[in-house]
Design a protein around this ligand. Structure first.
Ligand SMILES: CC(C)(COP(=O)(O)OP(=O)(O)OC[C@H]1O[C@@H](n2cnc3c(N)ncnc32)[C@H](O)[C@@H]1OP(=O)(O)O)[C@@H](O)C(=O)NCCC(=O)NCCS
Length: 332
């Protein structure tokens, strides 16, 4: 079967920065605790006026420019997000209108929390390879600070906002990342361990929901931690094997940026030296679906990727959802 290629990629984080020192003024925490337990120093947060589609719009515009395309060229938008502008319409449709993508295009959202961008990539990749679409925008965007309880020190220190977009094309000789392999898995038995319980159909918005603070993220941090390490290392090995590659073939690992200790444990399980594990969470915190897209852009911009490199991306999120992907960079 033919392989699709990422021919352009862009990202965006809001201007406003929330530092650990700022959080010290809000909850009973301190910079030393946050840095030593998570690696995070600061994160970017969206303004009251900025919704996920606003962040996605800037990242998508950057990605289109990078690919040398315009909105007219796009026939598919898949947005991975769990903080959509609203329950419906989809953020994909809202983004379509903002960008001016033709109404002949198909636009949809995929809900896989922090694995959102990888799940969206799998959906778009298969729709392109099946032959019905030619040029897709794959977006990972989340504004989880809007769903973070800034009275709960267990969770509010972790998240930041951001967006990333890939342009995915078939039959192209442009420079880019070939999607060599993708593998996903889901475990709904763990749904309760990381969730936003309120404001869906289970607990519709009400004063009671607000009083119980159910509109915010709740998490069993230690359980999430353990599953994240095992899932991301396991799926990375599996997708490499399915791609006919081994651990020695990894040029750079781009893991979901949730916690530096999780990332280092995954690197250790994959027997990778630290220079082969990309980390930028100190500046952004956990940007959920956007995290690996932002990291790929930054790894590229800092000359960490060269022709022929095999990049392994791996994510973990609420669901639980796990993803692994092998991308190979091709420069003509
Ligand atoms: C959340 C996380 C950083 C907590 O780290 P931990 O080492 O497991 O810490 P614990 O939960 O055991 O808490 C240790 C202590 O620090 C305290 N603590 C928790 N948050 C704190 C904070 N922000 N500042 C200071 N102290 C804090 C706890 O109350 C606890 O105190 P106690 O021992 O008196 O009860 C860690 O479990 C984690 O990163 N989990 C994964 C979360 C994640 O990535 N979620 C998104 C996945 S996509």
């Amino acid at each position: 079967m033919k392989i699709a290629r990422i021919t352009g990629f862009g990202c965006y984080v809001p201007d406003k920065v929330l530092t650990n020192q700022d959080l010290e003024q809000m909850v009973d925490t301190n910079d030393e605790w946050i840095v030593s337990r998570t690696g995070i120093q600061e994160r970017h947060i969206s303004s009251q006026e900025q919704a996920s589609s606003d962040l996605a719009l800037i990242s998508a515009t950057n990605a289109l420019n990078d690919a040398g395309l315009c909105a007219d060229d796009i026939d598919l938008i898949v947005v991975g997000t769990t903080s959509p502008d609203m329950l419906f319409p989809s953020t994909g449709c809202i983004l379509q209108a903002k960008l001016g993508v033709p109404t002949t295009a198909v636009c949809l959202d995929v809900s896989a929390a922090c694995s959102g961008m990888m799940y969206a990539l799998e959906v778009a990749n298969n729709m392109l390879r099946a032959g019905a679409y030619r040029k897709a925008l794959v977006v990972g965007v989340d504004t989880l600070t809007k769903f973070s309880d800034f009275t709960d020190r267990n969770t509010c220190i972790l998240f930041g906002d951001g967006a990333a977009t890939f342009v995915l094309e078939m039959d192209t000789d442009k420079d880019g990342f070939d999607v060599v392999g993708l593998k996903l898995s889901s475990d709904g038995n763990c749904a309760d361990l990381l969730k936003i319980p309120g404001c869906g159909s289970r607990n519709p918005a009400s004063q009671d929901v607000i009083d119980k603070r159910l509109q915010y993220i709740t998490m069993d941090g230690q359980a999430v931690y353990k599953h994240a390490v095992n899932s991301m290392s396991g799926i990375s090995k599996a997708v490499l094997e399915e791609s006919g590659l081994g651990l020695d073939d990894i040029s750079l690992l781009i893991p979901h940026q949730a916690n530096i200790r999780i990332i280092k444990s995954v690197g250790k399980k994959l027997k990778l030296s630290s220079d082969k594990v990309f980390i930028n969470l100190e500046k952004y915190g956990n940007t959920s679906s956007a995290s690996v897209g932002i990291a790929l852009r930054e790894a590229f911009d800092t000359n960490r990727i060269k022709h022929g490199d095999n990049i392994v991306m791996t994510t973990f999120g609420a669901g639980f959802t796990t993803a692994g992907g092998v991308l190979r960079y091709i420069k003509n």
